[in-house]
Structure formats: structure tokens, C-alpha cells
Design a protein around this ligand. Structure first.
Ligand code: DGL
Length: 268
């Protein structure tokens, strides 16, 4: 059995944890939400890199066998440094622009991500590897993460802001939309309301968890346990609201796991 750390600026990485509990329920998880500092997407590269490294170091010091950086922004700004510093497998999350370019029928793809992700060298390097006949309409989802963090993913205010952000993507006629921030899968319902059922939504959580599984196999820790493991929720802001949000946002049956929630003290 493995202990897996899952880290995000807030509740977004719950979309990855949800998939991990579905595919790999037998392991133990520590979910770390840095909600006191969310959103990361509007902060400087240096700040995001330093904070992400500090928190991943903390997870490693708690005995994690692998860490999922369940945040596109932190992956873009910090994964190289985290991998150079820690000797355990580090799995990152990137906007699924490659699968989107392959699935799009009309070669027009919308990409909704944080400003930091869209500006990052890592994202732009990935973009440059893709065929030039596919047009990407990039849109920063400013203001969406705080609304999701405050439990308003399905609210009217969120729908209005989302409508503004999605307008250029809709006007361009995109048939595919990349959910390039782990918070955005929680907007699925609102996105469908605005864009309808025919647009293809690309979310990489399944691919990320399959990658985690491969890494656990290489550590020979993939299949050593049966049943359901434990989940520890750590929040830098409010552990009770993190737990309630997890119960609300995730489809996994948390009751079948031993669940605990704690406040994350100061980490240096
Ligand atoms: N969930 C994050 C991501 O995937 C970060 C959102 C934020 O804190 O701005 O990019």
C-alpha cells in the first residue's frame, strides 16, 4: 500500500483525488489544500514555485511515496524544481491541449486556464509542439477559482462570469474546450448550461491517475493492498469547510474510507 500526497492551491485537486479514489481506492491519501493562499493563478512565478516546493517537501516529510501536483499552475511553474529536489515520483497536471487537438473536428479549441498557466514557458512550449492547423482560443478564467473556493460553483454569479470568459471561445466556434485548471471540472454543469451538450470537454484527471498508477507499479506498490484506505485532508485555511466541500464536490463515497481533516500549521 502506498501513501500518496495530492496538492493544490485549494479544492481544485479534489477533482483528481476523486478519480484517484475511483481507480486506486486501496491506497492512503493526504490531500493538501493551500486555501489560505488561493488563487495561485494570479501570483508571480517565483512565489508559486517557492510555495509549491515548500508544500511538496512537507508532504514528502510525512512519508508520501508519490505526490500528485494536482494543479496546472503549480505544475507549470514548479514541477521541474520539485522533481530536482525530491527523490519520489512527482506527477503533474497539464492542460489537455494535445488530446483536444486530436479530438476536435473543426480544429478550433478553447483553453480555459489560469493566467499564470497560459503565460508559463511550459504551457507555451507544449503549445509549440502541436500542429499549426489547430487554432487555440486561450482564455484566463480570472475570478472563477475564488467563487469555487467559496462553494459557489453552481451559482448565478459564477454563471455570469463564466459566460463572459467563454464568449470569445463560443464566438470562434470551438467544438472542444480544455478545462486547464483542476478547479474547472466543478464548473461542468454551468459550462454545459452555457455551451450546450455538443461541445467536447477535456479534463485530464483520468490520464493523471493512470500515470500515478504506472509510477506506483514501478515502485511495486500498485497492487499490494485490498479494500479502502484512509484520506487525510489538510487545509491552510479551514479544515472543516475543506471536508464539507470534498463531500459536496466529489462523487467518490468518502464514507467507505477512514477520513480525517486537520488544519495545516505553518510550513517552512
Ligand atoms: N487548481 C489550480 C490549477 O489547476 C490553481 C487555481 C488557482 O489557484 O489559481 O491551475
Amino acid at each position: 500500500m502506498a501513501l500518496i500526497g495530492v496538492f493544490d492551491s485549494g479544492v481544485g485537486g479534489l477533482s483528481i483525488l476523486d478519480e484517484a479514489l475511483r481507480q486506486l481506492p486501496q491506497h492512503d491519501y493526504v490531500y493538501l489544500a493551500d486555501s489560505a493562499n488561493a488563487p495561485y493563478g494570479e501570483k508571480s512565478s517565483a512565489w508559486i514555485a517557492a510555495r509549491s516546493l515548500t508544500l511538496c517537501r512537507h508532504l514528502a516529510s510525512q512519508g508520501c511515496d508519490a505526490i500528485v501536483v494536482a494543479c496546472n499552475t503549480a505544475t507549470a511553474e514548479a514541477i521541474k524544481q520539485i522533481r530536482e529536489t525530491l527523490s519520489i515520483p512527482i506527477i503533474g497536471v497539464e492542460p489537455g491541449i494535445k488530446p483536444a487537438s486530436m479530438q476536435s473536428q473543426n480544429n478550433i479549441v478553447g483553453v480555459l486556464a489560469t493566467e499564470a498557466t497560459l503565460k508559463s514557458d511550459k504551457f507555451n512550449a507544449l503549445l509549440n509542439t502541436l500542429p499549426t492547423d489547430c487554432r487555440f482560443i486561450k482564455q484566463a478564467g480570472a475570478g472563477l477559482v475564488p467563487l469555487i473556493e467559496s462553494g459557489k460553483a453552481d451559482g448565478e454569479e459564477t454563471l455570469e462570469l463564466l459566460a463572459k470568459h467563454l464568449e470569445p471561445i463560443q464566438d470562434a466556434g470551438a467544438d472542444t474546450l480544455v478545462l486547464g485548471c483542476t478547479h474547472y471540472p466543478f464548473l461542468r454543469k454551468s459550462i454545459r448550461k452555457l455551451l450546450g451538450e455538443s461541445i467536447t470537454l477535456i479534463d485530464t484527471s483520468d490520464a493523471v491517475v493512470r500515470q500515478l498508477k504506472r509510477q506506483l507499479e514501478s515502485l511495486q506498490k500498485a497492487n499490494l493492498a485490498m479494500g479502502h484506505g484512509t484520506v487525510l485532508f489538510l487545509s491552510s485555511k479551514n479544515e472543516v469547510s475543506l471536508l464539507l466541500m470534498a463531500q459536496d464536490l466529489m462523487s467518490a463515497d468518502l464514507n467507505s474510507h477512514i477520513v480525517e481533516a486537520r488544519i495545516l500549521g505553518e510550513v517552512r
